[in-house]
Design a protein around this ligand. Sequence first.
Ligand code: FAD
Ligand code: MLT
Ligand code: ZN
Length: 469
Amino acid sequence: MATSSRLHQDLRDHVGADALLAAASPDWLVDNRQLYHGAAAAVVAPRSTAEVARLLAFCHGRKIAVVPQGGNTGYCGGATPDQSGNQILLLLHRLDRIRAVDAANYTITAEAGCVLATVQEAAAAAERFFPLSLGSEGSCQIGGNLATNAGGLNVLRYGMTRDLVLGLEVVLADGRVLDALQALRKDNTGYDVKSLFIGAEGSLGIITAATLKLFPRPRSYATAFIAVASPADAVRLLARLRAGSGDQVASFELIPRVAVELTQRHIEGVAAPLDDPSPWYVLAELTSTRNADPLAESLADLLATAAAENEITNAVIAQNEGQRAAFWRLRESIPAAQRRAGASLKHDVSVPIAALPDFVATASGWVAQHVPAGYLVAYGHIGDGNLHFNINANDAGSALLTCEPEIKRAIHDFVQQFGGSFSAEHGIGQLKVAELERYADPVELEVMRSLKQALDPHGILNPGKVLRA
Ligand code: FAD
Ligand code: MLT
Ligand code: ZN
């Protein structure tokens, strides 16, 4: 590695004087959960795909590692450089142009550094809808969403980020630019190369722009907060609402009572929508693109039948936009409330929906018996079979954190037993590399390593993330 001032001068010469930042903000060197602290040899914030390409060509030639960072909201330490001080931190936030909105084609082309909320707003301005929605949407970037294949609150209706992509522009490890920014719904011309970079967490290429699918804007909503006795009843209710509503369910989130209590305790202005306590709740939302669609009436009818069959114990339907926003605020505040409540262990798991009740019973039984230092806060996107099976510490946290390896092993082994995934939507980063090695099919892991070798022979792209360096 050249001396720091020599490296900085070379970067100014090769990439552009303006792209090199004077110093790294401490916020860029630590991950969102504060699990990883790193250092950077230099911080580069390009303004164009050409500048990213020049940076990578330079780094490829010198075998210097590059760590891309979007909004730094990821949960697996994927955007944090290691502690060597030899890696270059590549910030994408200046690639922030909406290149095109094509309302007739229902597509938007956005640069990687666009904040997700900005993409949603640009779509709305053209009377279209971009459905990706996460609690972090005010700060995560579309490039980060693509790199993690983010999920979120609307997957049930619209799919994961991968399902929303038509085209990508990617800078490869050696600086070549892959221009696959098609805006086509039909394109069977050989391998789907662009899909390799979605969910690769910056380990195969740097995403610089994407062409994404848009949809008609929802104009009617019906949102209910529903008390259920068990996850099994929630799963039955999901099937009832999907079939009975003409498949208009856009979101279906499971919330345990403890999460409602945590949000009330730690987040200002959150109120419990239902007075009587229930072990579990569901936040369900139906949407329609028709104006004044009587969704609330059909939801009320479906809930009345569900109540008559003892599938639910109580429910309230939002009567106006303020109430709807309050239900969603409660749901989206759970991660912040959990964080304020103290140390926690996160397990982002999925199983086939039908297996979810048995998985919850088995794994929560194990936690109750073996984890006296913590309590379960299991919530999330049950409509996708995805739960955040998190455990909060009863006290300062050290007793819980000491047991983390055993707890993680037990929960992830249960997940595997039920045919599930130990990382449903948050990715691998550096946090779950060993889990991937343990649970992935060995042949799939070999294919991943071959792809890494083929696309990044010097191992300069986000080394140690997804795959061991
Ligand atoms: P970063 O954290 O900056 O980076 C994530 C990974 O992508 C890193 O490996 C990084 O190197 C790589 N990367 C970033 N940009 C690029 C690029 N342009 N090209 C190549 N690689 C790149 N996630 C969900 O899936 N569902 C949720 O519901 C959800 N809710 C959340 C709620 C909160 C409050 C928070 C804090 C996080 C939540 N997340 C959720 C996690 C997180 O927001 C997502 O993983 C998001 O997609 C990360 O985007 P980012 O721009 O912050 O990426
Ligand atoms: C969520 O669904 O709220 C997030 O994916 C989980 C989290 O932020 O912990
Ligand atoms: Zn989630």
